[in-house]
Design a protein around this ligand. Structure first.
Ligand SMILES: NC(=O)c1ccc[n+]([C@@H]2O[C@H](COP(=O)([O-])OP(=O)(O)OC[C@H]3O[C@@H](n4cnc5c(N)ncnc54)[C@H](O)[C@@H]3O)[C@@H](O)[C@H]2O)c1
Length: 314
């Protein structure tokens, strides 16, 4: 990355009205107050309310059909953060998922290629499919749904571009199970931490799949944003896991929520209706730590406490 002063930094975030995108945008604004920030989003799942306090530019466009050169002409960006995506994993429209997610990325890469603009994009741990141990980036992609397939195709495209143009840095980040402020707009696809906390607050027993022994790498959005910003400095192209590095059980999570919310609910165990379910996720962070200097700061207890304060302290 060129080491420009803040005032000369020109940063673009796609999907900036969404959960992780809005947290990233607001953190970039705080960290680089003089930078020029632009968000692109078509609001298909995002919400303008996530960007309260945002002072930059906003382009309301669908990336699957955006003509980048027409929109931006000779504008040069230092980094393009690409987070826009259909994020509802239960959307089984194969054409829509793959077309919108992959073609949006292809258009963006075609724009970034001639100037070798650094691209940092969101991939997903869902590309690993069923796992029983910590996943490292060399594990084969085994997408179990079409959303995960679209992310695996984006990884393939990014790797091909990076191979063909070695001086161009393209960094993919496989986010694990992210939770935190500004996710409520997602509705059903919001994190289970959000949904369980809502059930508890309504005085209901938190509903988890039988018998709560499933383990996930739940990662706080503040760590994800910090890791994504670390990718502005990564020296070479690659795909890296971003998670907490810890696999924690659903039963653990209910206990931690009880502690944070001052309640004592027992889990209500329900049947899992999903045939293909990730019963275990855990990020092997060796590569992200080495290449990006990523270091998660929020164990589940800390992240949940911080998040519950944000959600319910008003
Ligand atoms: N939240 C997680 O746990 C998680 C895990 C792994 C990967 N990811 C990835 O992180 C990124 C952000 O996810 P999120 O949780 O913030 O979801 P989100 O749904 O809140 O954000 C996605 C944003 O992209 C926008 N968008 C979608 N398609 C678009 C298009 N074609 N053109 C313009 N805008 C478009 C939506 O309106 C929304 O604002 C996504 O790429 C997602 O796949 C998220």
């Amino acid at each position: 990355m060129r080491t420009a002063p803040d005032s000369a930094l020109n940063l673009l975030v796609t999907g900036g009205a969404g959960f992780i995108g809005s947290n990233l945008v607001l953190t970039l604004q705080e960290k680089f107050p003089k930078a020029h920030l632009t968000v692109i989003d078509d609001f298909r799942s995002g919400d303008f309310k996530n960007l309260a306090g945002y002072k930059g530019d906003f382009v309301a466009q669908n990336l699957a059909s955006l003509d980048w050169n027409r929109q931006f002409g000779n504008d040069r960006f230092d980094t393009i953060f690409h987070l826009a995506s259909i994020t509802d994993t239960t959307n089984h429209d194969q054409f829509e998922q793959v077309h919108d997610n992959v073609e949006s990325f292809r258009r963006l890469l075609d724009f970034a290629r001639p100037t070798r603009t650094r691209v940092v994009y969101a991939s997903s741990a869902s590309t690993y499919g069923a796992a029983t141990a910590a996943s490292s980036e060399t594990s084969e992609a085994a997408p179990a749904n079409v959303y995960a397939f679209s992310k695996a195709m984006m990884d393939n495209l990014a790797q091909r571009c990076a191979r063909e143009t070695p001086a161009w840095v393209i960094i993919g980040l496989r986010y694990f199970n992210v939770y935190g402020p500004r996710e409520a707009h997602k509705g059903v696809p919001a994190s289970m931490i959000y949904h369980l906390s809502q059930q508890i607050r309504r005085g209901e027993r938190p509903r988890i799949f039988k018998h709560g022994e499933q383990q996930r790498d739940f990662v706080y959005v503040k760590d994800i944003v910090a890791g994504t910003i670390c990718a502005m400095q990564g020296k070479e192209s690659g795909i890296y896991n971003l998670g907490s590095g810890q696999a924690r059980s659903f039963n653990d999570l209910v206990q931690i929520l009880n502690q944070s919310l001052g309640t004592k609910f027992e889990p209500d165990y329900i049947e899992n209706p999903y045939a293909h379910y990730q019963n275990f996720t855990q990020a092997d962070l060796t590569n992200a730590k080495r290449a990006l200097g990523y270091e998660p700061r929020f164990p589940l207890e800390e992240g949940v406490r911080d998040y519950m304060q944000w959600l319910y302290s008003a």
